[in-house]
Write a protein that binds this ligand. Structure first.
Ligand code: UDX
Length: 437
């Protein structure tokens, strides 16, 4: 099929490459010339495992092109809207500027039978509004809402082998003509057994925000338990392991630590609360305010613990932060708890050096006042304490004996609870985890 993908960020660039991989003829469209230039030379404009290789292999087939010109969408059968919906400045709601602009710009190029597919995470009610715009302009075109659930760091496999497909159509019916079109787009993963659910537009929009809210709640739940474990002298890692064995609960997303960040969970729960308020249903989501508050408290807690670890003063202390990205296998620093903690420590008088295998360039743009050192060995040299805040494998694998040699004082705060405290203590370290004695 001929496909256009509008918006080539973390979601769209991966989606465009994956659609070409599935055999479609794809054009990716974005207003950012730098992004388009990188993608056109088969280079991902951000770090995502497997994406460079995928871009190279599909571009060789001639099935994938990128442009800044929306007119290139003309002639496509299916148009995916993959632009961002960041948090509005100074407000909790989602900024819909990019989604609205993408659709308005696309309208002149729609032909009868075309399907516009929304993938961006939007406030419930958006799809119905956009569907009207589409049919007003081109009565024989359709709009489907097809939320995306990919995780950064696993974006390629999550797109090619998703847990499920959700199609929202205005009548909620399997017979809707757009269902067949989307089935054709996803023929390969559907054929491999991926489940597909058809529902009405608002339900499809809500599936995405509900899923992200549930994940955020699960993380904040275990972080609340970590607070309690700290108070009671218990160990949250053992607690998570034990409750996670109940398969009604499950072990995933029960990793207590410095909390969640990134371009999705924090802004999505806030936008969800804001939208619930507009709908007069704000009471239903007041618990998300607590989820957010627990999450933000983690960052303050780490700053306090670091102060304790450093003999109750941060002034002039040389600290090294391992990790700047919001999670491993990503260079994304949007609302990264690691980076926000590093900046807080610096503000409170510590001398902070940050290292990360992939995210330093993005980190330096956001917090230019921090010191960044790419080489981890150099970054920890002469430090008085280190904080492991993004659990990259290479940090999990650090050898406490070797590392101790470089340190002024062997103190470590394990912000993700991924190290073995016994091993580090035996090597002579002062070890602190979160919610562990
Ligand atoms: C999330 C959703 O998982 C995905 O389905 C949706 O499409 C987009 O938002 P992503 O932002 O890539 O994906 O990251 P995710 O893996 O969900 O992690 C989010 C944050 O939670 C990270 O900062 C991570 O470190 C943190 N986290 C995750 C925890 O603190 N503990 C956990 O147990 C799991």
């Amino acid at each position: 099929m001929r496909i256009s993908v509008i918006g080539c960020g973390y979601l769209g660039a991966v989606h465009a490459a994956c659609m070409a991989k599935l055999g479609h003829q794809v054009v990716g469209i974005d207003v950012d010339e730098n992004k388009i230039a990188a993608l056109s030379s088969a280079k991902a404009p951000f770090y995502e495992p497997g994406l460079d290789t995928l871009l190279q292999s599909v571009q060789e087939t001639g099935r994938l092109a990128f442009t800044t010109d929306m007119a290139a969408a003309a002639g496509s059968d299916v148009h995916f809207i993959c632009v961002g919906t960041p948090q509005k400045k100074g407000e909790n709601g989602a900024d819909m500027t990019y989604v609205n602009a993408a659709l308005i710009d696309l309208l002149p190029f729609l032909a009868p039978g075309n399907v516009v597919v929304g993938k961006s995470t939007v406030p419930v009610g958006t799809a119905a509004r956009l569907a009207e715009l589409v049919t007003d302009h081109q009565p024989d075109a359709h709009l489907v809402w097809n939320p995306e659930f990919l995780r950064e760091g696993h974006a390629v496999s999550d797109t090619l082998q998703p847990d499920r497909f959700v199609y929202g159509v205005n009548d909620g019916s399997e017979e809707h003509p757009a269902v067949q079109v989307l089935d054709e787009v996803y023929a390969s993963p559907l054929g491999a057994g991926a489940p597909r659910l058809v529902m009405d537009l608002p339900t499809a929009e809500l599936v995405k925000t509900a899923a992200n809210s549930f994940l955020a709640t699960k993380i904040s739940f275990i972080n609340a338990m970590a607070e309690l474990c700290d108070a009671a002298g218990a160990d949250v890692t053992h607690l998570a392991e034990a409750i996670g064995m109940d398969d009604r609960i499950g072990r995933k997303f029960l990793q207590a630590g410095i909390g969640f960040g990134g371009g999705c969970l924090p802004k999505d729960i806030r936008a969800f609360m804001a939208r619930a308020g507009e709908l007069g249903a704000d009471q239903a989501l007041t618990f998300l305010r607590e989820v957010d508050a627990i999450n933000m408290r983690r960052r303050t807690r780490v700053v306090e613990l670091t102060r304790e670890l450093c003999g109750n003063s941060l002034l002039g202390k040389r600290l090294t932060v391992l990790g700047a990205a919001f999670k491993p296998e990503s260079d994304d620093v949007r609302d990264s708890p690691a980076l926000s903690i590093a900046a807080q420590l610096q503000l409170q008088g510590a001398v902070v050096t940050v290292t990360d295998p992939k995210a330093l360039e993005n980190a330096a743009l956001r917090f230019p006042e921090l010191q960044y050192v790419q080489d981890p060995e150099r970054a920890v040299r002469n430090a008085e304490a280190i904080l492991l805040l993004t659990e990259w494998q290479e940090y999990r694998d650090l050898d406490p004996h070797l590392l101790k040699e470089s340190m002024a004082t062997p103190r470590i705060l394990d912000g993700r609870n991924v190290l073995d405290p016994a091993k580090w203590r035996a090597a002579g370290w002062h070890y602190r985890g979160l919610g562990r004695p």
